[in-house]
Write a protein that binds this ligand. Structure first.
Ligand SMILES: [Zn+2]
Ligand SMILES: [Zn+2]
Length: 154
């Protein structure tokens, strides 16, 4: 999964990744163990799947008991270009404590994950570099977002 095409000012204008992952809904939503499988057969942990899904166009594919696709559709909305610019103005880079990675290399993270009902709005967004985006998802870290910025609870 590589970065998507960025415009000349470095603001990503396209989905960073298109993700088609087959995973039990219980494993994605809950905290039970499980793995995802990409179309090329790579096995991914739930944490990795959640990170990829956080800032990508996700294509939900709900499988029935016999693994036949029951429903394939568009998922949630991505952060818009305007929202990303506002996040950059507020966060100025990765929001993880002590990190100095600039905003053009950051993902827009959903503090409350979309699969738990989190909205795509500034109050639920936080810029994170890829390394800390991984940390936040693997440890399921929570954050408080105010107009002044993001505070992580580690
Ligand atoms: Zn995220
Ligand atoms: Zn960082």
């Amino acid at each position: 999964m590589q970065r998507g095409v960025a415009s000349t000012d470095g603001i990503p204008t396209t989905d960073k990744a298109k993700v088609v992952v087959l995973m039990d809904l219980d494993a994605l939503v809950g905290d039970v163990r499980g793995t995802g499988t990409t179309l090329t057969g790579d096995v991914l942990s739930p944490g990795v799947v959640r990170r990829l899904a956080c800032d990508a166009e996700i294509i939900p594919m709900v499988l029935g008991a016999d693994s036949e696709p029951l429903d394939v559709g568009r998922g949630r909305r991505l952060f818009t270009r305007g929202q990303r610019l506002a996040l950059i103005a507020r966060d100025r880079g990765c929001t993880y404590p002590g990190c100095t990675v600039p905003p053009t290399w950051c993902d827009a993270h959903h503090v409350v994950p979309w699969h738990r009902g989190g909205l795509t709005c500034l109050d639920n967004g936080a810029l994170l570099c890829q390394r800390h985006h991984t940390v936040v998802h693997e440890r399921d870290l929570r954050a408080t977002v105010t107009a002044a910025g993001v505070t992580w609870h580690t």
